[in-house]
Design a protein around this ligand. Structure first.
Ligand code: RUQ
Ligand code: CUA
Length: 671
């Protein structure tokens, strides 16, 4: 409706300018110069450009909805997984401009992440003592207060090695990486509980917990799944290992998870697939994984009572694996905190509706979404009505807990919500986004309204996740939806066999079946899975660090901060300490003379107070490259292994005399 109105306005602009698109097509001047009409209406030149470029009215509409004049800021921000890059991408909406790449699990040279700073944090992500230089980032989660994004923290998982990172949204920098002590990989993370008490990290491929060895023949007995609840402390901004715990789960491959909210607060839900417990081994004559894991008609949703689990953990009723608390599967069964419910064929996404009443599950091999009711789940549990699986876990009957099923199309994966009672589900095989109505149970809806498909829009191609504005909170905004497409095929110029991913922006600020595709954004860094879209004005990052000498790793003034006039080089045996300041356009000191074999601790304070007055600092040959933002202090260390003359210099073009912002590190050969 609104969109049609908008389009009428555009058309009338074109008519007022005296040249409809149709007439321009016949009389289009070739290469009309772009000029302003000076008046503010759509100039005849604009119509000529549209005609010359063959733009349809829908194209013009899309351009007008996404164009940002210089200096105008986006309404929403996307925090997207960077896929294999191991980073997080920050993208403006509706312009789809990349605003930042946050170095997370992987070194990021522009921010100096891992090139002098961040080592202690990156070391938190070591696996069995090995440095890890990449990550398969999947699902970012913004911190929430009462089920709403609060714009303070961001978490993201690494599927490949079961790690979680914490990013502080005051400076958009990574502050902590934790390695899961019991699981080798994950998938059901990061998802937060409604007040960010816990960050949920569900496992994925079952293995003996704690990284033990067991032969594959002992799969049923020795291999296990898990879900980990990481306790987050908002005051310190850190995950607390000692207050975190896991729950042992059967060796069904747990997939995505979601936290209950409002009506379902205190519960968590995790899908699974391969409840067949196929162990592969086609070379031994066994069915291959993809066949073995898809035989049964149903898999299981795991329904976990987090309140009870937390009580048990606090009461000390957990076992300890690798110094980490784990509630055993048997304890979970005995204490009534773990239930299963059948889900149609190989489910993938589980998404809780904004009111928390329902869980929407998509089976990759089933054309329906299946909707479960928390009310029915609780009633069935209270009635003690269940059978059990091979491990003795209660299995609630599908018919007892199911609210509805809606046929959407092929390959449904993930679901998001808007402010009008619609849900949006990605259809991987159909390459479409399905919009469907959430039935009658919503407050402002007719109670007789059915759960039904409303419309579908094609996307290009093979959509995985999708994300709508605040689309998984208790009050989604509608307006925009982004399809995160796995295949790009013909959408962009050929850049060789490895193609970018394709984020497509959809305008969903309309009724019925009229979702409109308004922007294609190629993403060439890795395959992002999930992203979240937050209202931009909920974020209030710092413009500069609060005080001069700020250590951003600790978010406090560094005891080593260097004040102007106190620059010096201090030697103590083979240890040399450099105290340096940076300000346009010089480093003080400009000469640092040391000897081969010295251990060097180097402190630099950027004493600039101006917004955007960033200096870089690089030492060639020693893999040092820093980004020193205004007020920031950095301390780094290295061993002067090689003698020679090394020009250290500023790597940010900060001033007219930026090229002169340099100095010499003179390393005398050892005697
Ligand atoms: S999950 S689409 Cu992590 Cu679907 Cu990738
Ligand atoms: Cu400082 Cu360039």
């Amino acid at each position: 409706m609104k969109r049609n109105m908008f389009f009428l306005v555009i058309l009338s602009f074109l008519l007022v300018a005296g040249c409809s698109l149709a007439t321009q097509e016949q009389a289009a001047p070739t290469k009309a110069p772009v000029q302003s009409d000076g008046g503010g209406g759509l100039s005849s030149d604009a119509s000529a450009i549209a005609a010359e470029r063959g733009l349809s009215p829908d194209d013009i509409n899309a351009a007008l909805k996404t164009y940002m004049p210089t200096g105008v800021h986006d309404d929403y921000m996307i925090f997207s997984s960077g896929g294999h890059s191991g980073q997080v991408l920050v993208i403006g909406v509706p312009s789809m401009r990349i605003l930042k790449v946050i170095g997370v699990f992987t070194p990021e040279p522009w921010q100096g992440w891992g090139y002098g700073v961040g080592h202690e944090i990156l070391d938190g992500g070591k696996v069995n003592g090995n440095d890890i230089h990449w990550a398969d980032t999947h699902h970012p989660a913004l911190s929430e207060t009462a089920g709403e994004y609060d714009g303070e923290w961001l978490f993201i998982n690494d599927k490949s090695m079961a790690r979680i990172a914490v990013i502080d949204l005051r400076d958009f920098e990574t502050k902590q990486i934790v390695k899961n002590p019991i699981a080798m990989n994950d998938h059901g993370g990061a998802f937060v509980t409604p007040n960010t008490e816990y960050i949920i990290e569900g496992g994925q491929y079952s293995a003996p917990l704690g990284g033990e060895y067991a032969p594959i023949e002992e799969y049923n007995d020795q291999y296990r799944g898990s879900v980990t609840l990481w306790k987050f402390n908002r005051d310190t901004g850190r995950i607390e290992m000692e207050n975190s715990f896991a729950i042992e789960l059967p060796p069904y491959w747990q997939d995505l998870c979601d936290a209950g909210k409002l009506a379902s607060e205190g519960w968590i839900f995790c899908n699974s697939f391969n409840t067949e417990r196929a162990t592969g081994g086609i070379e031994k004559g066994n069915p291959p994984f993809e066949a073995g894991a898809s035989q049964a008609d149903t898999d299981y949703m795991h329904i976990i009572d987090l309140v009870k689990a937390e009580e048990l953990f606090k009461a000390g009723k957990a076992d300890v694996i690798n110094d980490f608390s784990v509630i055993s599967m048997q304890t979970a069964i005995d204490e009534g905190l773990l239930y299963l419910a059948p889900e149609p064929k190989s489910p993938h996404g589980v998404d809780v509706t904004p009111d928390g009443e329902f869980m929407v599950v998509s089976g990759k091999l089933d054309p329906h979404v299946t909707i479960y009711s928390i009310e029915k789940i609780k009633a069935t549990i209270d009635a003690g009505k269940w059978e059990t699986d091979d491990y003795g876990i209660p299995v609630l009957a599908l018919d007892d807990v199911k609210e509805a099923q809606v046929e959407l199309g092929l390959g449904p994966l993930h679901t998001q919500f808007d402010d009008q009672g619609y849900a949006y589900t990605s259809l991987f095989l159909d390459s479409m986004v399905a919009r469907w109505a959430l039935g009658g149970n919503f407050a402002d809806k007719n109670p007789d309204e059915p759960w039904t498909l409303v419309g579908k829009t094609s996307v290009h191609y093979n959509i995985g996740h999708l994300m709508a504005a605040e689309g998984d909170t208790t009050s989604p905004d509608g307006k925009y939806l982004v399809a995160m497409n796995k295949w790009a095929l013909d959408r962009f110029a050929n850049v060789g066999p490895l193609l970018p991913q394709n984020f497509q922006l959809l305008d969903i600020d309309n009724e019925g079946d009229s979702m409109k595709l308004i922007y294609d954004m190629p993403l060439p860094l890795g395959e992002p899975h999930y992203a979240q879209m937050i209202k931009a004005d909920k974020l209030s990052p710092w413009e500069i660090y609060p005080e001069v000498g700020w250590d951003s790793g600790k978010q406090e003034v560094s005891p080593n901060a260097v004040a102007p006039g106190e620059e010096k080089v201090v030697r103590d045996g083979k240890n040399v300490e450099v105290f340096m300041t940076a300000i346009r356009s010089h480093f003080t000191p400009e000469h640092v003379e040391i000897e081969q074999g010295d251990h060097v601790t180097w402190h630099i304070t950027n004493i600039e107070r101006a917004y955007d007055a960033t200096h870089g600092f690089a030492i060639p040959g020693y893999d040092i490259n820093l980004s020193l933002e205004a007020n920031e202090h950095i301390t780094f260390e290295f061993d002067a292994t090689a003698p020679g003359v090394f020009s250290y210099y500023c790597t940010e073009f900060c001033s007219a005399l930026h090229l002169e912002m340099k100095g010499y590190l003179l390393v005398k050969p050892a005697e």
